[in-house]
Design a protein around this ligand. Structure first.
Ligand SMILES: Cc1cc2nc3c(=O)[nH]c(=O)nc-3n(C[C@H](O)[C@H](O)[C@H](O)COP(=O)(O)OP(=O)(O)OC[C@H]3O[C@@H](n4cnc5c(N)ncnc54)[C@H](O)[C@@H]3O)c2cc1C
Length: 339
């Protein structure tokens, strides 16, 4: 365990923002995390940031505190019954590698979440989701370490209070717990979910006659690669904004004014409006100012063409939020964690 000082976080965040962290330490197990937290530098730090793969953060200034990088690895089946396996992933396991591991073993439920960047430990943070599946659908429990009071607590799905790109770790317990491992309940018999987006179309294009976890994963990966920029080539953090949820009445009024507005019902009372559509209507798609831009193929994604600062990207996001509020009376919320 080593604590480094004043190190650049450029290679630790998918936006590729070059800022410095005052202290930086990585831990491979809970004992090492405790050691780090006991060290003088970290104890006296003004603030802490738990870092996984850095694919959902935007650094807007140097971080004047301690960055604690979760490198807890390991994947193990902890129990099984006739229908399910319960598989535990260390918080530092790369998410996509974990998905591939499950697919190889024939464990079903996470195949639609293929190719999402980041680590398993961050997956409950915002209840990651894609192609009709969210973490909450396969989540069993997690263990998290309380930074101040130094104890390990088990959280059930109910404790996590999962919502759309939300959990208790983004609200009530923000920056209080380190998620050390997550246990998922996966199906022994796949229940394929191919109705969302263009999955079926892509399966047809691939000439798939019989579904398998591997082919569904491949279809999802192909669609994602065609739409989303690879952070290794073009800095980004995936969708920068959430799809806003508005009341049915407000949606009806919007539809009167803008008949092509795209929305999906959520329960009986609200509609999730496609933020990408709103952003495109305000002509941000493909916009670039210096090295900060709005991705040309997907308006929800803000990108760093090279040397943009986090502040520039944040400012661009603010301009987008204001223009959408002005035109549609809808307030966009950022999905990315602003640091
Ligand atoms: C190209 C691209 C596509 C994406 N597509 C999707 C998508 O389809 N669906 C989706 O939901 N997301 C998507 N994302 C966002 C991102 O991949 C996820 O949010 C992912 O879970 C972030 O994981 P991470 O390890 O990189 O987290 P980080 O960026 O390191 O951290 C994110 C937040 O979680 C906290 N955190 C991280 N690890 C822990 C821990 N162990 N304990 C406590 N707090 C922690 C951090 O402090 C921070 O606030 C995409 C991102 C990119 C770049």
């Amino acid at each position: 365990m080593q604590i480094r000082e004043n190190i650049s976080l450029k290679s630790y965040n998918s936006f590729g923002i070059d800022i410095q962290a005052k202290y930086f330490g990585a831990f491979q197990n809970v004992a090492e995390l405790e050691d780090l937290l006991r060290s003088n530098d970290i104890q006296t730090s003004r603030t802490h940031l738990i870092l996984g793969g850095g694919s959902n953060v935007l650094f807007t200034k140097n971080f004047d505190g301690a960055v604690l990088k979760n490198d807890i690895n390991g994947i193990e089946v902890v129990k099984e019954d006739e229908d399910y396996v319960y598989i535990k992933a260390g918080g530092g396991e790369n998410w996509h590698s974990f998905v591939m591991h499950c697919i190889e073993k024939g464990f079903a439920g996470v195949e639609n979440l293929s190719l999402i960047p980041g680590n398993a430990g961050a997956s409950p943070m915002q209840n990651i989701g894609a192609y009709g599946v969210e973490i909450k659908d396969v989540f069993h429990e997690l263990e998290a370490f309380h930074i101040r009071d130094k104890y390990l607590r088990t959280f059930s799905a109910e404790d996590c209070a999962f919502g759309y790109r939300e959990s208790v770790f983004k609200s009530r317990y923000k920056n209080q717990f380190v998620i050390c491992n997550v246990t998922f309940r996966l199906n022994k018999q796949p229940k394929y979910n191919t109705s969302y987006g263009a999955i079926q179309q892509e399966l047809d294009r691939l000439g798939v006659k019989e579904l398998s976890l591997r082919t569904v994963s491949q279809a999802v990966a192909n669609i994602r690669s065609s739409k989303l920029p690879d952070p290794k080539i073009l800095g980004n953090a995936g969708s920068f904004f959430k799809n806003p949820q508005i009341g049915v009445q407000q949606f009806e009024e919007l539809k009167q004014k803008f008949p092509s507005v795209v929305g999906f019902p959520v329960g009986a009372d609200s509609i999730k409006v496609a933020a990408g559509w709103l952003i495109e209507q305000c002509e941000w798609k493909g916009y670039r100012n210096g090295d900060a831009g709005c991705y040309e193929k997907q308006a929800l994604v803000l990108v760093n063409y090279g040397n943009a600062t986090g502040k520039e990207i944040l400012e661009l996001s603010e301009q987008i939020i204001q223009s959408i509020n002005k035109k549609f009376g809808v307030l966009l919320e950022r999905e990315v964690n602003i640091i």
